[in-house]
Ligand binder design. Structure first.
Ligand SMILES: [Zn+2]
Length: 256
């Protein structure tokens, strides 16, 4: 995650969403609105037989509408209570500029258990990590567990600290996955304490939740208020919104 600077220091220190709204979320180079196709009107040129033409138009319209109704996105918009999604669901609100993540292997009908190893973290970050896993374990697909040392042969993500500011000089957290074929087999979250030490607990929590989200297979979201946006701050709500849980269900859920 990158820090949107300067850090916003909220007076309440609470877990609240940023109230700022960006009405124009388009980035340079992304397509603008599709121009509406204009249909010429020929009201004065109605000829005999046009009533039948209109009837045929109505029939043709019905055939057009039916397939369109079948094409509506079946993906839920609210957090699912079971780890399943309708067939043809797809993840929502993804940032196309982010690099893909790889899913862990998961058996249908069983929660995916991923351990986050916090034994090398100082108390502040170990404590925040222990709280952060509960956010993700709210997903019916995921059981995220913070442990000082991972069990043998478990799905394990190591958490480490480095006193820098990330490769780009402005990251307070990063994740690197270890994948084999189409599945994730491990990974490492690095907390860049050169920056993260300056964040308040809310901001540090958002960073840890964000990197855990990557570890679980989520990529960045376009929604600038969401914890999985590429940028977070001390005022970011670290609680993942419903769409993150929908996206996890799309990745790991059974299709019905
Ligand atoms: Zn990120």
């Amino acid at each position: 995650m990158r820090v949107r600077g300067p850090a916003v220091v909220g007076g309440d220190g609470g877990f609240r969403a940023v109230a700022t709204h960006h009405t124009d979320a388009r980035r340079p180079g992304t397509p603008g609105p599709v121009p509406r196709r204009t249909v010429p009107h020929h009201a004065a040129t109605r000829r005999p037989g046009s009533r039948r033409s209109l009837a045929w138009l109505a029939v043709a319209g019905a055939f057009l509408v039916l397939p369109l109704a079948g094409c509506t996105d079946p993906t839920p918009t609210e957090a699912p209570t079971e780890c399943s999604v309708p067939a043809r669901s797809s993840q929502r609100d993804l940032d196309p500029e982010d690099t893909p993540e790889t899913p862990w292997q998961k058996d249908d009908g069983q929660e995916l258990v991923v351990y986050f190893e916090t034994g090398d973290l100082e108390d502040r970050y170990a404590g925040l990590s222990t709280a952060a896993v509960d956010y993700w374990s709210a997903s019916p697909c995921i059981q995220a567990v913070a442990v000082s040392a991972c069990p043998d042969d478990a799905n394990c993500v190591a958490m480490v600290e480095e006193g820098d500011a990330g490769d780009d000089g402005e990251s307070d957290g990063s994740f690197r996955g270890r994948d084999r074929g189409t599945y994730r087999t491990g990974g490492r979250i690095t907390l860049h304490t050169g920056l993260l030490d300056r964040a308040n607990d809310n901001g540090a929590m958002a960073t840890i939740v964000h990197e855990m989200g990557h570890a679980l297979g989520l990529v960045h979201r376009l929604n600038r208020q969401d914890v999985m946006n590429a940028y977070t701050s001390d005022a970011t709500n670290p609680q993942p919104d419903d769409i993150n849980f929908v996206n996890l269900a799309v990745i790991y859920g059974t299709r019905h």
